[in-house]
Design a protein around this ligand. Structure first.
Ligand code: ADP
Ligand code: MN
Ligand code: MN
Ligand code: MN
Length: 338
């Protein structure tokens, strides 16, 4: 008998990386080993030297196929010496975690996204000509006029649970057709692994519903909320007392740090971080308790308890979770190590 392994990897698409996959049939008892693909078709190689190596790094049950079938997340590597491909951002996340894992960094990522009607190219719930009623009733709403695509969201949540991913919740968002799911708490590497697989499951299940998923940061210009990936972060010290919480915020605001972080927080950050729609402007840095207009929010409960985590509200929905987890781990853990 045989089973199927769906190999997943992250491509070299610009400006936003995308997930790719292909299927390998394996005899029962055989492990999914090293594999490869045509990197000239994924913006990762030239035609004359096209092979890119797939190194399996994480596997879980395939909740769509069921049975013994599995998903196999891979790192990409160069054929010459098996070193990480230049587009392999997981390698840097591994290094950061090797260096600072003793501080036990945890992440919770809030992935916002927009369902797009492929017929009209507009978000689900937007009429072909004109606009839906202004924002207000949609966030966490209930009812057919407010909610579009719930069947897909329920399927996706069930699939993530069946795959054993650390999904921690879902909700309908402020703009019609916009949703969120959260992955976490998980460490610097695991949060990216689980997020990329959760994205794969979402895009894949959406095929069955005839909708496209967009993680664009500002799919509708004007008075419509953008899509972010709020990044909740803590270390063991931050989960135990308040001084490290403030030290973490100060480290994120140190000279040069806001620019360094924004460069890794996804494409189109200036369009989304306008200072309106519950954001701080991209060219300003601030932190505050309960402040949804700050770059970093200290949740009210965290201030009450005198310990917990911080929420970096700046990352875009289209950010690479490995990149932002690497940035936060290095910036905060380096400061807290002193
Ligand atoms: P919001 O109130 O901003 O909408 P959510 O409930 O959507 O927040 O997401 C919060 C995320 O933070 C969840 O994924 C949760 O698992 C995660 N989280 C909770 N505690 C911590 C912690 N100490 N460190 C890091 N992440 C955490
Ligand atoms: Mn949320
Ligand atoms: Mn949200
Ligand atoms: Mn949030």
């Amino acid at each position: 008998m045989v089973y199927r392994a769906e190999y997943l990897w992250i491509d070299g698409s610009e400006p936003t990386r995308e997930i790719r996959s292909k299927t390998k049939i394996l005899a029962d008892g055989d492990e999914p080993g090293i594999w490869g693909y045509d990197g000239s078709s994924t913006n990762q190689a030239t035609g004359d030297n096209s092979d890119v190596v797939l190194q399996p790094v994480f596997q879980c049950p395939d909740p769509i196929r069921g049975g013994n079938d599995i998903l196999v997340l891979c790192e990409t590597a160069l054929t010459a010496d098996q070193s990480p491909h230049p587009t392999n951002t997981r390698a840097a996340a591994r290094e950061a975690f090797d260096k600072y894992g003793d501080q036990e960094p945890w992440f919770g990522l809030e992935q916002e996204y927009t369902l797009i009607n492929p017929g009209t190219g507009w978000p689900a719930g937007f009429p072909p000509n004109g606009f839906p009623a202004p924002q207000g009733p949609y966030y966490c709403g209930v009812g057919a006029l407010k909610i579009h695509g719930r069947d897909l969201i329920e399927e996706h949540t069930s699939a993530c649970i069946a795959a054993g991913l650390k999904i921690s919740g879902t909700n309908a968002e402020v703009m019609p057709g916009q949703w969120e799911f959260q992955i976490g708490p998980a460490d610097t590497v695991e949060v990216g692994d689980h997020m990329w697989i959760a994205r794969y499951l979402l895009f894949r299940l959406a095929e069955n519903h005839g909708v496209e998923v967009s993680i664009e940061a500002k799919p509708m210009k004007g008075d419509w909320n953008g899509a972010g990936m709020h990044t909740n972060f803590s270390t063991k010290a931050m989960r135990e007392s308040y001084d490290p919480i403030i030290a973490a915020c100060e480290a994120m605001g140190a000279p040069g740090k806001p620019e360094e972080h924004l460069a890794g927080y996804g494409v189109g950050i200036e369009d989304r971080l306008t200072g309106a729609h519950e954001t701080q402007r991209f060219d300003q840095f601030s932190y505050g308790v309960s402040d949804r207009g700050a770059s970093i929010r200290i949740p009210w409960q965290v201030a009450q308890d005198g310990k917990g985590y911080i929420e970096d509200r700046r990352p875009n929905a289209n950010a690479d979770p490995y990149v932002l987890a690497t940035l936060l781990t290095n910036t905060v853990c380096e400061a807290l190590a002193k």
